[in-house]
Design a protein around this ligand. Sequence first.
Ligand code: 2HG
Ligand code: ZN
Length: 468
Amino acid sequence: MNVASLLCDELGKNQVLTKDHPYLAPYSRDESGLGDFHPDCVALCESAEQVSIVLRLAQEHNIPVTPRGAGTGMTGGCLPVYGGIVLSTERMNKIIDIDTKNSIAIVQPGTIVSTIQDAVEEQGLFYPPDPASLKTCSIGGNIASNAGGPRAFKYGVTREYVLGLHMGLMGGELLRCGKQTTKGVTGYDLTAGFVGSEGTFGVVTEATIKLLPLPQSTALLLALFQNETSCSNAIDQLLHQGFHPRAIELMDRNTLMHMTSSDIDLSSHWAVLIELDGEPNTLETITIHIGELLEKNNAIDVIVARDERDRRRLWSIRRACSKSLRNAHQYKISEDICVPRGSIGELFKRIDSIPTPSDLSIATFGHAGDGNLHVNILADSEEATKHIEPFVHALFEHTIALKGTLSGEHGIGLSKKQYMPLEQTPQVIAWQKKWKHMWDPNNLLNPGKIFPDDNGKTFPIASRRCPE
Ligand code: 2HG
Ligand code: ZN
């Protein structure tokens, strides 16, 4: 039985990429650098009905299905590790409605997140979740991974904005759950359960998202510090004084050393980027207070964005972190651990205490306001990658000891599944597996993700290469 010809018969030829198709290769990888996992074919679905067909055929013929948004995930969540069908929702990319009266939007899963944001902002509305990949990632992928981003500090993550979902379930059933109201407590919250299930429960075919009023204006400051203690003390002070920025982002010295294209001399510093929003006059006063507070807390320099050009220039430093590290190193392993915010200073001390062989370097940046940091382990030879696993293990142990969590926003996917027992008890894992079994009893939907394999099969970190 040939999967691709089954799909061609039911969907039509131009919606299926077969194994030898020149465009199939990109569907074998994502941004995790875990390597290539070739599917048997790719189904480019254009409607909920087509998603249903794929899920029905897969169930009937016992074929694994791996849902895929835009492939920007960093933990291998969309890699077809057991082959079979990749179900891509990229062609379902329409904004169906922006309802300004009720502040909601109805969108298809393949819609790019920044496209949604631009469209709602034109109508005076605001969709806050802003993962770094917002110009390339899709809302369906964001829902699957419960994506965050810098603004999560003030506005929360994707789950807080998903009111309702249309889902394709294994076997082909189509389910509509949730609501169109911002309040609503009728029954169990299935919608919230689907968000963050990493494509293992079902496939999003449509989402109703909540919108907020667009903030009137924003203010942005970049403060440079000598070391991590000054950075974390300044952040603590800022929050103790009752300020509530929408983003507090931190970049360590090693990360900044990679930012060679900036016209600001960042090379030997640590930096904190603070963004606020609100009413313009109030913001101006608050910005002055925060600038003074940062200086009192040992900031070497505080740069305030004066206009939109400045704002873009300062944000471009933070937005370029991931790419600059990736371009400079053959191997870049990004973690997204999260600790209670007050433990960030201690976390940095613990990261420094992990024995790090000279062929690895560590660069840390991320969402300090949430305690969610991207500890990046960088290596330039195959030999050096042997040392990555012990470092990651120690990092995760420190994170858990500080009452943190393995993943603040990227998900568990393939890369972190063997570490789940470090954070969660066998009982908690067993209940989650029962939940998964309910939606997908034959374990065909995105198999091999989130939970450690019972047969002990793992994907060694040494195989994580940066995508070309
Ligand atoms: C970010 O915040 C992304 O820039 C990517 O989550 C993180 O590359 C990374 O480590
Ligand atoms: Zn991030």
